[in-house]
Design a protein around this ligand. Structure first.
Ligand code: NAI
Length: 245
């Protein structure tokens, strides 16, 4: 199996890279600004999994031309890709009334348009192969989340994008599913997010935050052959919580 994931140098993405390598898959991942993290991951991969191909590509997913250029490199390096994971994401928190146009556009262009560009790029090769797995990363914020208007809109949009992909391309042997994580202990949470961390620890039925590796296992199932009849699903990995304030 050959997998490509955006935003692979940290957090959930890094966990996916490591878990995929440990299952014997070949992995391409993109990083945005975290060049050091990407190189550290490549070193780890080369030491622990010398038999498998692992390549890193610098990419701003909000740039459609860059997605196409990196996509061409990925297909040249790996010959073909079986699964694409649209994981890259970011947030600019703040109340809607004071949200700047640029912040709104940055979040939507990265989280939603970035996934669209990646899916659109890899679909023709998936159609030609009559096989492909697409996984996107939404959030409980998709149903609304105070102080996260742009992030919530982008994550709701990903559900529509993914389910549309599932319906349009299922007949070609391609599945598309969206993972909905709860609060996962990664760099994205930030050290100033004590309130949200307390909220999730208190209201999540499992009584704790999730780990990147726990989300990675769900992503890899949806990216594998074994998930053959799962298509258009919104797959919660939330510890049981299903709402945010
Ligand atoms: P993270 O900050 O470690 O990972 C996000 C990755 O996206 C980073 O590697 C970053 O470089 C990359 N990225 C950001 N902007 C980019 C751009 N313009 N072009 C290319 N790459 C870009 O955070 P985490 O937690 O691993 O997030 C991964 C995904 O999971 C994101 O889509 C996030 O929204 C989603 N998620 C995370 C949750 C959490 O609690 N940590 C909860 C729900 C969803």
């Amino acid at each position: 199996m050959r997998l490509f994931i955006s935003g692979g140098a940290s957090g959930i993405g890094r966990s996916v890279v490591m878990a995929a390598l440990s299952k014997g898959w070949h992995v391409g991942f993109s990083y945005h600004r975290n060049k050091d993290g990407a190189h550290r991951l490549l070193d780890t991969a080369a030491t622990e999994f010398p038999q498998q191909l692992c390549r890193a590509y610098q990419l701003d997913v909000a740039d459609s031309r860059a997605v196409e250029a990196v996509g061409d490199c990925v297909l040249a390096d790996f010959a073909s890709i079986d699964a694409v994971i649209c994981n890259a994401g970011m947030d600019v928190p703040g109340n809607l009334v004071a949200m700047a146009d640029d912040d709104w556009a940055l979040v939507l262009n990265t989280n939603l348009s970035g996934a669209f560009y990646l899916i659109r790029y890899f679909l023709p090769s998936f159609i030609a192969n009559k096989y492909g797995r697409i996984v996107t990363l939404s959030s409980l914020a998709k149903d609304g989340s105070s102080g996260q208007a742009a992030y919530a809109a982008s994550k709701a949009g990903l559900v529509g994008l993914t389910r549309t992909t599932a319906k349009e391309y299922g007949r070609f042997g391609i599945t598309a599913n969206v993972v909905v994580p709860g609060l996962i202990d990664t760099g994205m949470i930030g050290s100033d997010a004590k309130g949200i961390t307390r909220f999730f620890a208190q209201h999540t039925p499992l009584g704790r935050l999730g780990a990147g590796a726990e989300v990675a296992e769900a992503i890899l199932f949806l990216a594998s052959k074994e998930s053959s009849y799962v298509n258009g699903a919104a797959f919660n990995v939330t510890g049981g919580i299903d709402w945010v304030y």
